[in-house]
Design a protein around this ligand. Sequence first.
Ligand SMILES: Cc1cc2nc3c(=O)[nH]c(=O)nc-3n(C[C@H](O)[C@H](O)[C@H](O)COP(=O)(O)O)c2cc1C
Ligand code: SF4
Ligand code: SF4
Length: 265
Amino acid sequence: MNNYIFYFSGTGNSLSIAKQICARTQNTELISITNQIESGYEIEDADTIGFVLPVYLFGAPLIAEEFIKKLKIKRHKYLYVLFVHGGAPYSAVNNFKSKLNDAGLKVDAGFEIVSPDNYIAGNNPPNIEEARDILSKSKEELNKVIEEMKNRENSFPKISLRKNLFGTLMRPSFKGIASKAAQKFITTNDCNACGTCVKLCPRGIISINENNRPEWIGSNCEMCFSCINLCPKKAIEIGKKTEGRNRYKNPEVTITELTVRKNEP
Ligand SMILES: Cc1cc2nc3c(=O)[nH]c(=O)nc-3n(C[C@H](O)[C@H](O)[C@H](O)COP(=O)(O)O)c2cc1C
Ligand code: SF4
Ligand code: SF4
């Protein structure tokens, strides 16, 4: 393989986009950042390196920022970042680009693709019909982006100074918000202790306790919202604010594909 895509995905939008790029470009390997976060990754010689990531508060998931410090690439010809977002990516490309620069990697292009918004803590995620409409727009945008990637274009999103400044000023608060997120999850009596949330969590911070209920421990929640959106019984809430809201999973990706702890009970 001489093309690599590193991805992270909570509810499948980024994984779906990464899979589609993989299927339409030759010799491309898809690499889960979650699976490599402990070991890091080394590449001798690559044509194209891509990062396909969801936008979290105008930047990249924290796990991706951590991962690039453990990524060693000797030679590459073209490096892009592709952010999958819910309608307001703002400074995401610029923020992650500067993190990659700090890690010694030059970014040749930045892309953005709109997708259903899974930020259930703040908004009601789209229902199936609404999601379908947004995903058909994503596919149109993806066709354009793949063309630009194939032509190795050095394109970056056009962003107003105001939005860039807003995103840049807001972004530093994300770490603090994420560090408190795990404490806010609760489960309802609909939970049947199936363990799906445990297997999905990219940081391994959920376990089933002696009362047969999931327990969130620790401060390194990614806020991927995989646990709350994908629970088969819709038994996870963030206090009262998520009650009655839709749950979202990208229809082109299965829970098994998003499962990171496949061997856990
Ligand atoms: C914690 C969090 C923060 C988010 N922040 C933004 C944001 O700043 N701008 C935006 O457009 N979308 C934002 N979103 C929406 C996601 O970027 C979007 O739904 C994405 O497609 C999710 O990808 P995934 O399915 O691969 O996890 C946020 C989602 C989450 C969970
Ligand atoms: S995925 Fe839902 S039902 Fe299964 S253990 Fe977690 S909270 Fe309970
Ligand atoms: S606790 Fe939930 S939101 Fe936090 S990292 Fe784990 S799966 Fe994602």
